[in-house]
Design a protein around this ligand. Structure first.
Ligand code: PMT
Length: 405
């Protein structure tokens, strides 16, 4: 089916082993009606020849910023303006670092600076390079600036390592491109206009004394991504956030809280005036029974200290049990084993309409990562959303909620 008919895709290839998959990727995009033009870095040409890419795309490959002949046919600024989507696959750690730094030191990086088309980035590199803080921060930077991060997949790598960093398969990139153009239309249509959505995000802090507290590793990224996606889809969004260091998404109304008790009160104040509640916050199940007025002192009497804890109210269950004006209630399940069984258990026990389960034991996803993988369960069945950036997942989750309300 011509799902990409008339779409102009600029494929930017940088120098990773996965570049050999670009011939297949180009053919599949063209099969679906896209016009594809290819730009390669010098390193990319070590992995696949420009001649191959010219043959499959039907156009000469652009690879030099300073080539008068290429500039005369379609100059780099013209090429940057031509694209409906710039797809960078494979995007190496080096290319991502140069994008994060705003560099324009070859044709591809210059085009990326010069285009106002959306840019999708498919990272591909060794797992250790991917997990390196520098790479993670670079990915977070370009994502914050609005680039779409597609992948990477996890598994066995060309170098023999196992972990995240494999480029997504050509067909997955084709499907993401199709989804991207569909979503763009949906974002223009604003299907959640007129709906109000309440989202909790981040951790809670349970005080022990004036200087100490018990908390968890939630960064708030997943909940904030949901808030941004809901807003982009047209909803009025209220975000109740635990202590995090994230900026408030544009147009979202935010209330800050610290403890589970405060979050419980704030969420219940808002719940009945919202159509949907999404409980993404990592709420402490227990809090210290006594909060000392003064800093607890170390004593010489004993090497041990026992803290008595009491149960916190279950916020999402409280909302789900509302008798009047109950919002459509969505929980999250952070699991480390037996994900489906525990998630379905929470769905039933807390009387939720939907639950988004994530396996937080897998490296590169869950708490404090930029990526995640989610399976959504509800009475109708399940929907698997494989490893992707939290922003991409948030859009998919919001679209799924939109289908159900
Ligand atoms: O913030 P990030 O770093 O981006 O990480 C995202 C995340 C891993 C925190 C997120 O994806 C996630 O899984 N959030 C839910 C974490 C959690 O508390 O899960 P749980 O399985 O312990 O709780 C189940 C549900 O009950 C959740 O919807 C939770 O918000 C809710 N709950 C739990 C306890 C409580 N006292 N009140 C609640 O409402």
């Amino acid at each position: 089916m011509q799902t990409l008919a008339g779409k102009k895709i600029l494929l930017g290839i940088s120098g990773g082993i996965a570049a050999y998959k670009c011939a297949e990727l180009t053919r599949r995009l063209i099969e679906r009606g896209a016009e594809v033009r290819v730009v390669m870095t010098n390193a990319a040409k070590e992995f696949i020849t420009p001649l191959t890419m010219q043959a499959v795309s039907g156009h000469p490959v652009a690879d030099s910023l300073l080539d008068p002949a290429a500039e005369a046919s379609m100059g780099h600024i013209e090429l940057a303006k031509w694209a409906d989507l710039v797809l960078l696959a494979p995007a190496t750690a080096d290319l991502i670092a140069r994008m994060a730094a705003g560099m324009g030191n070859d044709l591809l990086s210059t085009l990326i600076l010069a285009t106002d088309a959306p840019v999708a980035v498919s990272p591909a590199m060794n797992q250790q390079m991917y997990l390196n803080t520098a790479t993670q921060e670079n990915i977070a930077t370009i994502e914050r600036r609005g680039m779409h991060i597609w992948g990477p997949a996890a598994g066995e790598q060309a170098c023999g390592d196992i972990g995240p960093g494999r480029m997504l398969e050509p067909m997955q990139l084709v499907e993401l491109s199709e989804q991207f153009f569909q979503d763009r239309q949906v974002f223009l249509d604003k299907p959640l206009e007129g709906k109000s959505i309440l989202i909790s995000a981040g951790p809670t802090r349970e005080a022990l004394d004036p200087v100490r507290y018990i908390t968890n590793h939630s960064s708030g990224k997943m909940g904030f991504a949901l808030a941004a996606a809901a807003k982009q889809l047209g909803a009025h969004v209220t975000l109740v956030s635990g202590p995090v260091s994230l900026p408030t998404p544009d147009g979202v109304s935010r209330t800050n809280v610290e403890s589970a008790i405060e979050m419980h009160k704030s969420v219940l104040d808002y719940a009945t005036s919202h159509n949907v509640f999404i409980s993404c916050a990592a709420v402490a199940d227990y809090r210290p029974e006594i909060v000392a007025d003064q800093k607890i002192k170390k004593t010489d009497d004993s090497d041990q200290m026992t803290i008595s804890m009491v149960k916190n109210p279950d916020i999402v269950a409280s909302v789900a049990s509302l008798q009047k004006n109950r919002p459509f209630t969505v929980g999250f399940a952070a699991e480390t084993q037996d994900v489906e069984r525990y998630a379905r258990g929470k769905l039933a026990r807390k009387n939720l309409d939907m639950i988004c389960a994530n396996d937080v034991s897998v490296e590169g996803q869950g708490f404090n990562n930029n990526s995640n993988a989610i399976t959504i369960y509800d009475k109708q069945g399940e929907l698997e959303l494989p490893l992707a950036s939290k922003n991409e997942l948030a859009k998919a989750i919001m679209m799924h909620i939109n289908d159900r309300i």
